[in-house]
Ligand binder design. Structure first.
Ligand SMILES: *[C@@H]1O[C@H](CO)[C@@H](O)[C@H](O)[C@H]1NC(C)=O
Ligand SMILES: *[C@@H]1O[C@H](CO)[C@@H](O)[C@H](O)[C@H]1NC(C)=O
Ligand SMILES: *[C@@H]1O[C@H](CO)[C@@H](O)[C@H](O)[C@H]1NC(C)=O
Length: 746
């Protein structure tokens, strides 16, 4: 410590006089973990999505995934931090949350899971700790002035180099930059000044005889210390860029899309300039250089302006992209439904939107096989069907929302089909009268199922496996199965409401056997299900071709209600939900063939081998690009217990979570060294066609999962091309329909 200069008389007293829990340099993350953290939209890292918490907002999905850090009070802490930087916070509460969320810092929690569950929140909390009640100015400065030259990768300032780019951070609801600004202001109040930097760097490097030495030139300015003249200081330029972005954001008449794009571009450039300084910053490791860089930023007036600008920009952007929460007890406007749910921090979804746009570009550039024009069928009693739950336990607004979504689907079918067929809404007698009349006004037919006799019987001790229903506030009712009960029709094609037809699919009515859509990713755990996985494709019950039969309906319901499938590997793996129960039933009922095939628009048999990525050998073949399915076809007819699988053309997943999982399926670390994200996307497209999952361009799109419905993307900039198609269909439907449309937000 003898190297401490007289310019810093207080320094020796503060070093490690810590009473607060200090960043623990010994915290170890698995090898490569820090390298995996950056999440630009082109490559969010797969490990984030093992958690069910959305990583940019820390909002949970329907259910918690069971990771330790998912139980931390993320949402409450975020609110508290936001209030705090808006100067209306409760100091005790902020300190408590900062302490709770940063527990891993002092090795009393797991940093690995905290960073997986909510990297942005973790970083904000660590910054918050620095200014919280439990941190004295002595310990704060000790954290900043790295005397030991050891460096924790969890230091909030080292972390910012690893986390999502600033251009994405400014769209989140975590006040990251506001807190960083606050830390800088607090350090200055503690007495730290820009002119101390020279001494600090010299003292640090003097501790390391093998390391570089710091040639002191008595410069008083951070930029000058790094060798820049004041007029060409990158920090000044970066700060100007950010303030330009603030000015752009202030232009009242600009559209949200062009402003976010322009602001993001300016911030991206500013970040490049700042990070370009890193190699010149003194330090014996990159981690320490990063700490010193942010120390310099915090101390210099340009740096402080930069942090303030980013904070102001974030506040402006989030104000546009945030859907305000209705106050409890607010009057519900029955002519308006704002369906945004937990996705109200709209800016946070931009990263996913851009990922989907890239994937769509790859898909569209692939020369897909042409599909043939369907043959018109005659005199058959055929219809499209969609289920609308309308039980008395459901709020009116939820039923009304889904009714409008069903009408949009029906409209898309009407618009694209070569042959017009009735559209049946399979619902409950308790449907509110106004909604019933609106569906009829749109030309839809109504059929009813008797919900009480379709309430799912769950074997004792299996209730915990009901996750699908619990997350959706539904009594587990198997309403969809009642499609088999509609025996006044010969052939029905049933779709989920979160789907959209983008090309005619009349040919489905020529399929003579039961056929159901599939999941191109079975995601079997190889240990417990290798045998089945080698033969079967996992069904996904979003789309199906049904030949109704009351006796079969009773048989199906009886079998499923018997509880016989409770220990089926499918149920063990996926939970006690209807989709897995149906899958298990059909597995036992008859042979499962591959995808349906159509020649000249008419059914011509099903492929022999299953589509999708099912077996381990296939996964290896997938990686090496060698897998080709056996496409030999078999005949099938109505009396046959055989069932077939519908290709992904009729159930094409266009939500981020599904596309993301498929893109990263089977990816091993070596792949990431040679393939960029666009190559991975291209590889997936090729594979979807080669494996037989996809046979032509997608005809029916599907948005499964929560928080990823197209109607939850209110701003155009947040919509993928597919989301936009949904909105266009919705708008066209509303223009034509005599009934009310309610989806809108103030
Ligand atoms: C309810 O919302 C509709 C559509 O946005 C609007 O036209 C109407 O004025 C609103 N009514 C009330 C009472 O706020
Ligand atoms: C099946 O249809 C009949 C009418 O054909 C109806 O009475 C019965 O309630 C339906 N069953 C269920 C479970 O919906
Ligand atoms: C229908 O399939 C069954 C079983 O494969 C077969 O025995 C029967 O001949 C087929 N009927 C027709 C009309 O093709």
């Amino acid at each position: 410590m003898s190297a401490v200069s007289p310019g810093l008389p207080w320094l020796p007293c503060v070093v490690f006089l810590l009473h607060a829990c200090h960043a623990n340099p010994g915290v170890k993350l698995p090898p490569g973990f820090m390298d995996s953290l950056p999440m630009p939209h082109q490559g969010p890292h797969p490990s984030y999505y093992i958690s069910t918490t959305y990583p940019l907002s820390c909002e949970g999905f329907t259910m918690r995934g069971g990771l330790e850090s998912e139980k931390l009070p993320w949402s409450q802490a975020r609110q508290s931090f936001r209030d705090f930087v808006a100067q209306k916070g409760n100091w005790d509460e902020v300190s408590k949350y900062a302490w709770d969320l940063s527990s891993c810092w002092c090795s009393c929690g797991s940093c690995e899971t905290s960073l997986r569950v909510c990297p942005v929140g973790t970083m904000t909390a660590l910054n918050m700790m620095l200014v919280s009640k439990s941190m004295s100015s002595a310990s704060r400065m000790a954290s900043f002035i790295n005397q030991k030259s050891t460096c924790s990768h969890l230091d909030p300032y080292a972390l910012i180099l690893r986390l999502p780019p600033w251009s994405e951070l400014i769209l989140t609801g975590w006040p990251t930059f506001g807190v960083m600004h606050l830390v800088a202001v607090t350090l200055r109040a503690d007495g730290l000044m820009e002119r101390h930097l020279d001494d600090i760097f010299a003292a640090q490097l003097a501790l390391h005889s093998q390391g570089p030495t710091w040639r002191r030139d008595r410069a008083s300015n951070f930029c000058e210390l790094l060798g820049y003249r004041p007029d060409s200081c990158p920090l000044r330029l970066a700060s100007e860029l950010v303030w330009q972005a603030v000015a752009v954001a202030d232009m009242a008449d600009a559209s949200v899309s062009s402003v976010t794009d322009a602001a993001q571009a300016l911030v991206r450039r500013a970040q490049e300039m700042v990070l370009g300084l890193l190699p010149r910053v003194p330090g014996i490791s990159e981690c320490m250089q990063a700490q010193n860089l942010f120390l310099g930023i915090s101390m210099s007036s340009n740096g402080l302006k930069l942090l303030d600008g980013l904070h102001q920009l974030q506040r402006k952007l989030e104000n546009w992209l945030l859907v305000p929460q209705k106050k409890p007890g607010a009057v519900v406007n029955a002519s308006q439904i704002c369906p945004v749910g937990d996705a109200r921090w709209q800016g946070e979804w931009l990263m996913e939107t851009d990922f989907l746009k890239d994937f769509q570009a790859e898909l569209d550039s692939f020369p897909a096989p042409k599909s043939t024009t369907p043959v018109v069928s005659h005199e058959k009693r055929e219809a499209w069907v969609c289920t609308l739950f309308a039980g008395p336990e459901l709020p009116w607004a939820q039923i009304a929302l889904h009714a409008e979504v069903v009408r949009t689907l029906a409209f898309s079918i009407r618009r694209k089909s070569k042959q017009q067929r009735p559209f049946v809404v399979l619902t409950q007698a308790t449907i509110p009268e106004d909604i019933r009349r609106e569906l009829l006004a749109d030309g839809l037919r109504l059929e009813y199922f008797h919900a009480p006799s379709l309430v799912m019987k769950v074997p004792r001790d299996y209730e915990w496996k009901l996750s699908w229903f619990r997350g959706r506030n539904l009594v587990p009712t198997m309403g969809q199965l009642a499609v088999w009960n509609l025996s006044s029709y010969d052939t029905l094609v049933m779709l989920d409401d979160d789907m959209l037809m983008v090309d005619s699919a009349d040919e489905l009515f020529s399929v003579p056997v039961f056929a159901m859509s599939h999941d191109p990713l079975p995601l079997w755990s190889p240990d417990d299900a290798t045998k089945m996985a080698s033969k079967q494709t996992r069904l996904n019950n979003a789309a199906r071709v049904v030949h109704p039969n009351k006796r079969f309906f009773q048989h199906l319901v009886r079998r499923i209600q018997s509880g016989d499938f409770k220990d089926d590997p499918l149920i063990n793996f996926w939970g006690y939900d209807l989709q897995s129960l149906e899958d298990a039933f059909w597995n036992q009922y008859g042979p499962r063939k591959g995808v349906t095939n159509f020649v000249a628009g008419k059914f011509s048999g099903c492929a022999k081998s299953p589509p999708g990525i099912a077996t381990l050998p296939q996964q290896v073949a997938f990686r090496t690009g060698q897998w080709r399915p056996d496409a030999a076809l078999v005949e099938a007819n109505v009396t046959d217990p055989t069932h077939c699988v519908l290709p992904a053309d009729y159930n094409f997943f266009v939500d981020f979570k599904s596309v993301f999982s498929m893109v990263y399926y089977g990816v091993v670390p070596e792949d990431l060294k040679t393939l960029n994200i666009r190559s991975l996307m291209k590889r997936l497209v090729v594979f979807l066609y080669r494996s037989g999952s996809l046979t032509g361009s997608p005809k029916i799109l599907h948005w499964p999962g929560s928080m990823r419905k197209p109607w939850e993307r209110l701003h155009e900039r947040l919509r993928s091309g597919w989301d936009q198609l949904w909105w266009e269909a919705h708008e066209a439907m509303c223009k034509e329909s005599p009934a009310a449309c309610r989806i809108s937000c103030d």
